[in-house]
Ligand binder design. Structure first.
Ligand SMILES: Nc1ncnc2c1ncn2[C@@H]1O[C@H](COP(=O)(O)OP(=O)(O)O)[C@@H](O)[C@H]1O
Ligand SMILES: [Mg+2]
Length: 251
């Protein structure tokens, strides 16, 4: 399964991606490839992982240098370099995409990267994407086609509106929504009146979320984030993680 966490900047995508990763591991649904596809590269820090290289660094170096050994195909060379952007952990690997490309033509390298990611993904049970804010990755089509979209909003109307637009754009590009789209109301208590309102905005005219999940504001999440402690070490009973247990796991 490719699971993509989407939403406006600051709504809690990285936090949710970390909690989902934790949940999948709790249930033994490993190995997982976690991909930090946000140029601000926050997933590594949230998981307490020091990130070395990124795929963006590799993309630049492949474009600029021609020192590929003659015995290697460009694809093989890229696969070798891409290893440096992957940090291995127990149960999951983390791949950091890094900043967006500069000016010039990256089509060749981008195609190689896409092919490589497709191939790489096959050796994992799940691929979990912490996407860049807003609509960019959906329009650039760089991240494969998700089987599940986890749409995150907070109490801001613009955040719910971003979800509505992202889903409309997704439909336009792919001709339909993925088999599963869930809505996460982050920093909400269950059954708040505002929750229903935000759900209506995010769903727009014709989206039926498979599941709408309220995740409360969690002081432990906030303090771990402030202290730079890995969210994988959250107390199992902490409210945000407890809420996530109601999230239906992928098949
Ligand atoms: N449920 C929550 N409880 C407490 N703090 C949260 C929660 N969700 C997000 N935050 C905090 O809000 C900020 C933004 O969250 P983040 O996951 O980085 O958003 P995004 O990845 O969408 O930009 C972070 O400081 C994070 O710790
Ligand atoms: Mg983030």
């Amino acid at each position: 399964m490719i699971i993509a966490v989407i939403g406006k900047g600051g709504v809690g995508k990285t936090t949710l991606a970390s909690l989902i990763l934790r949940r999948l591991m709790e249930c033994g649904q490993t190995p997982i490839l976690a991909i930090d596809a946000d140029p601000s590269s926050c997933l590594g820090p949230a998981l307490g992982i020091a990130v070395g290289g990124t795929l963006a660094d590799l993309r630049e170096s492949m474009r600029e240098t021609a020192d590929r050994p003659p015995s290697m195909s460009a694809g093989e060379w890229l696969a070798l370099g891409a290893q440096e952007a992957i940090v291995e952990n127990r149960g999951f690997d983390l791949l950091t995409m890094g900043r967006p490309e500069g000016k010039g033509c990256y089509c060749f390298v981008n195609n190689l990267i896409r092919e490589h990611l497709d191939r790489l993904s096959r050796s994992y049970r799940h691929v979990l994407l912490d996407c860049e804010p807003g609509l960019e990755h959906l329009s650039r089509r760089t991240s494969g086609r998700p089987d599940a979209l986890i749409c995150v909003t907070n109490r801001s109307r613009m955040a719910a509106e971003t979800i509505r637009r992202s889903l409309a754009l997704y439909r336009e590009i792919h001709g339909g929504l993925p088999p599963r789209a869930d809505l996460v109301l982050n920093q909400f208590e269950p059954a708040e009146p505002l929750a229903a309102e935000m759900t209506t905005i995010a769903a727009g005219a014709n989206v039926a979320f498979r599941r709408v999940l309220a995740v409360p504001s969690d002081p432990q999440v906030a303090s771990f984030e402030a202290a730079g402690t890995s969210l994988l070490k959250l107390d199992p009973a902490t409210p945000a993680l407890a809420a996530l247990r109601a999230w239906e796991l992928p098949a």
